[in-house]
Write a protein that binds this ligand. Structure first.
Ligand SMILES: [Ca+2]
Length: 440
């Protein structure tokens, strides 16, 4: 209870008291500052949850009946973290495209930009070429799922014919021309990026490649310049800005570590392993032991876009594998959905609107918003139905709106099936209608 002798805090004062993480716009908040690193890792979300419940209780005079989490990307990771560390916080967690395997995710981002698609080298592939590569992948793979609809629903089933990407062959696809086709060096870059990242020391899988059909997004995230947060993670959270590696001569940074590029692949692997071992800040959310969450009967729905060109879909599949190996049959507590044609959390050619995080109101075109607010069309409602009524979700129906605008009507509906099932098309029926598909 606030003392009546104390003036109530102004909005500004209140906001100051809530600032826990630096506002530098980079990772420097973590430098010599383990408390802020812990806040970033898990404590800010956990305590926000704990105190929010207190606020609700004080205002309504009774505790909330149920608590839910709905987040994607970093928000998906935060949902995972709550499940793994504070299972009592949420009755149901909806976690999308989690940025959860932090050292490996950031290492992969660095590896593919600095060591594979290196700028100013003959092997560099340009953003324009990646856009054309995507068109060729779509040409080769679209029909493999049984329906030519611009969506590669079963990317793992397609085997590319790389000859058709190459300038040096008579079999070059008509999609390419002499400026967009791939030279032998560029083709090797593409093939390397197409394959999972493995340790050069011992062959161990370090991180999965992006799925087929995500290539038009690679110009942004594999175009030769890693995201700033990638170097920041290693610089500040792993190395605490110590001068571990020699400074790059061309850099203006005073204490360059990873961003100075004076590291080699072996050193990058070392940094990733170091990141695995540095667990004090709790940033990584890849612990497959969720016993507390499962034993108390709580529910986790996990989804990932099948066309995510930012965080590879495979990283979710690896977590799912580890989860099932560690926990056994947890079908009463866990579901995974791979959403066909969904990019990173939002956008894409598939049934991308199903009530997930990032859903927009109608005035902002409504992408992400479910067609109907019920457990069949809205994944959040499906989670609530599971928690509150014990009705385990099967498929969820996602929608694609015309012109990506809910106010322009529905282009298609499609079942989003619980993994490993996929939506199977029944021949000769309306491919725009979810009723023409079944999960198998
Ligand atoms: Ca297709």
């Amino acid at each position: 209870m606030v003392s009546t002798l104390m003036p109530a805090p102004t909005a500004y004062e209140s906001s100051r008291r809530l600032i826990a993480i630096g506002l530098n716009g980079d990772g420097s908040f973590a430098r010599d500052n383990i408390e802020s690193a812990i806040d970033f890792g898990y404590r800010a979300v956990h305590l926000t949850t704990v105190y929010s419940k207190e606020v609700v209780k004080a205002y309504y005079g009774k505790a909330a009946s149920y608590s839910y989490w709905n987040g994607c990307s970093a928000g998906g990771k935060q949902g995972f973290k709550e499940v793994q560390m504070f299972p009592e916080d949420y009755d149901g967690v909806l976690a999308g495209a989690p940025a959860a395997w932090t050292p490996h995710l950031d290492g992969h981002q660095y590896w593919r930009n600095i060591f594979v698609n290196t700028l100013d080298t003959p092997r560099h592939i340009t953003p324009t070429q990646f856009t054309v590569i995507k068109q060729e992948v779509l040409r080769q793979c679209d029909a493999v799922d049984g329906l030519v609809d611009g969506i590669i629903s079963r990317p793992t089933r397609c085997t590319l014919d790389y000859n058709q990407f190459s300038c040096n062959t008579t079999s070059m696809s008509s999609i390419f021309n002499s400026t967009t086709c791939l030279s032998p060096d560029q083709l090797q870059t593409y093939i390397t990026l197409r394959n999972d990242w493995h340790s050069e020391e011992n062959g161990e899988l370090l991180f999965p490649a992006h799925q087929l059909g995500t290539e038009e997004q690679w110009g942004t995230n594999s175009g030769g310049t890693p995201y700033g947060v990638t170097g920041n993670y290693f610089d500040y959270q792993v190395l605490n800005y110590t001068q571990y590696f020699p400074q790059a001569p061309s850099s203006n940074e005073p204490n360059v570590t990873i961003d100075g590029k004076l590291i080699n692949k072996t050193q990058l692997e070392y940094l990733v392993r170091l990141g695995d071992q540095i667990t004090a800040d709790g940033t990584t959310a890849f612990n497959p032991n969720i016993t507390g969450f499962v034993k108390s009967g709580r529910k986790l729905i996990h989804y990932h876009g099948g066309a995510d060109g930012n965080i590879p879909t495979g990283s979710s599949l690896i977590y799912r594998d580890r989860l099932l190996k560690t926990m056994g049959d947890i079908s009463d507590n866990y579901r995974f959905y791979e959403v066909p044609g969904l990019l990173h959390c939002t956008g894409g050619a598939g049934p991308i609107s199903f009530g997930q995080a990032y859903a927009k109101p109608n005035a902002l075109k409504g992408v992400g918003k479910s067609l109907y607010n019920n457990a069949t069309y809205n994944i959040m409602y499906a989670l609530m139905d599971w928690v509150e009524n014990g009705t385990a979700p099967s498929y969820v129906v996602g929608a694609q709106y015309n012109d990506n605008d809910i106010n322009h009507g529905v282009n298609l509906t499609r079942k989003i099936c619980p993994y490993p099932q996929t939506a199977q098309y029944m021949a000769e029926m309306d491919p725009y209608d979810q009723a023409s598909f079944f999960c198998a």
